[in-house]
Write a protein that binds this ligand. Structure first.
Ligand code: SR1
Ligand code: MG
Length: 395
């Protein structure tokens, strides 16, 4: 039966589970549980014992940072399904799932306390250069493995049905990312100061921009290219030297790959705008993300020996041509979704913490203004942004 677990109740619950108790070692009296909740939605505890530690994540019946906002509990079930679905393709890039309790809406996974949240590392200036290549590979391998190219379509359609039920969190994305910021008077919007009033007013009255946003809504809800992470910002990645892990797959949904890539890029861009001397570093990371993605996806495509059951009719030359067409389409989506993320993290409900790390308030206001204007440009011009050079020019 569901009940929110505090540290004491969680420890007592783990003591009833022999496999997890063995991982912790010793007796339950020797265990410690420390709350490390950091995201907007759930509670997270690290439980440590003499032999090891566990990360325990539980849904609350509301949004953790806004308890007046009711939220169904099912999200941890979708996160567990996301981990199970991706295990074969990218298991080394996500935490190991150790236990799922469907009644308590509790998942227990590998503790990554040796790692640091990428957003924190970026703000503190100690992110290991090149992490974006690993994220690109993750999106490429996971994206191919959950596409019609890699699986019999009967299996794929069954998987799509599972994630098509991830309604509550998809509603959050549709509202917070691609609707609210463009609505005048929406109570969930907020921005730094009156210095941005006129920039926000432009965003909310720009019919060319709104037509671009509508096209992206159509792409997000009408495309089933692959199973997305669905919330791939820099707070959903943990790094420790060369080890780069993607966490928090609770927003998983089938959609266009450019959604994940664009969201990640936008969060790099905001860090690059907020902190001094980051721009060439930021461009290098974005290039690595894109080449990592293309190489991984192309490699899986070239090496695909008929796991999917649709026979290829293409010659090698035609396949290369088809791949190039595919990557141009992903890049157009990527540019547009990066634009949506820039705008919503600057004036929407869930903002990027990077801005507050700017050297002073004038710098922060300018960084935010740049994010809004770049976001608009990316959305409006996305149809023309078909390769990495065009994307970097637009940034
Ligand atoms: C109410 S949830 C707000 C945001 O936090 C999550 O991480 C997603 O980015 C969501 O849009
Ligand atoms: Mg999250």
């Amino acid at each position: 039966t569901y009940r929110p677990l505090d540290a004491t109740a969680l420890t007592a619950h783990l003591a009833t589970l022999p496999a997890l108790s063995a991982r912790l070692g010793g007796s339950p009296e020797s265990w410690t549980a420390r709350e490390v909740s950091d995201g907007n939605l759930n509670t997270v505890f690290i439980v440590s014992g003499p032999a090891g530690s566990l990360c325990c994540k539980q849904s609350l019946p509301y949004v953790r940072v806004d308890p007046g906002w009711a939220m169904p509990l099912e999200r941890t079930l979708f996160e567990a399904r996301w981990m199970q679905t991706l295990g074969a393709a990218v298991g080394h890039q996500i935490p190991a799932l150790l236990h799922l309790d469907e009644g308590l809406f509790l998942i227990v996974m590998e503790d990554l306390s040796t790692h640091k949240v990428l957003r924190t590392a970026l703000i503190e200036g100690d992110a290991p250069a090149g992490f974006s290549a690993r994220i690109g590979e993750f999106v490429g391998h996971a994206g191919f493995a959950t596409s019609w190219r890699a699986r019999p379509f009967e299996d794929l359609f069954a998987l799509r049905e599972v994630f098509a039920r991830n309604l509550s969190l998809t509603r959050i994305t549709v509202d917070l990312v691609m609707t609210d910021p463009y609505r005048q008077g929406c109570a969930r919007n907020r921005w730094l100061s009156p210095a941005l009033d006129s920039d926000v007013a432009e965003i909310q009255s720009d019919s060319v921009l709104h037509a671009g946003v509508t096209r992206l809504q159509e792409r997000f809800l009408g495309t089933t290219q692959a199973l997305l992470h669905g919330d791939l910002h820099t707070g959903s990645v943990m790094v420790h030297n060369e080890d780069v892990r993607v966490i928090d797959g609770e927003f998983a949904i089938f959609g266009p790959l450019g959604f994940d890539l664009g969201m990640f890029i936008a969060n790099l861009v905001m860090n690059g705008y907020a902190l001094p001397d980051r721009e060439s570093w930021m461009q290098d990371e974005i290039s690595l993300l894109w080449s990592g993605f293309c190489n991984a996806y192309r490699q899986s495509w070239d090496g695909n020996t008929g796991c999917g059951d649709v026979g290829s009719l293409a010659t090698p030359e035609e396949t290369t041509h088809d791949q190039d067409r595919f990557f141009r389409e992903v890049m157009r989506d990527c540019a547009g979704f990066a634009g949506l993320e820039l705008i919503r993290r600057t004036m929407g409900f869930a903002q990027a913490a990077d801005f507050a790390a700017a050297p002073d308030t004038a710098w922060e206001a300018e960084a935010r203004r740049r994010a809004l204007h770049t976001g608009r440009r990316l959305i409006v011009k996305s149809a023309l942004i078909e390769d990495i050079e065009a994307l970097l020019d637009a940034l």
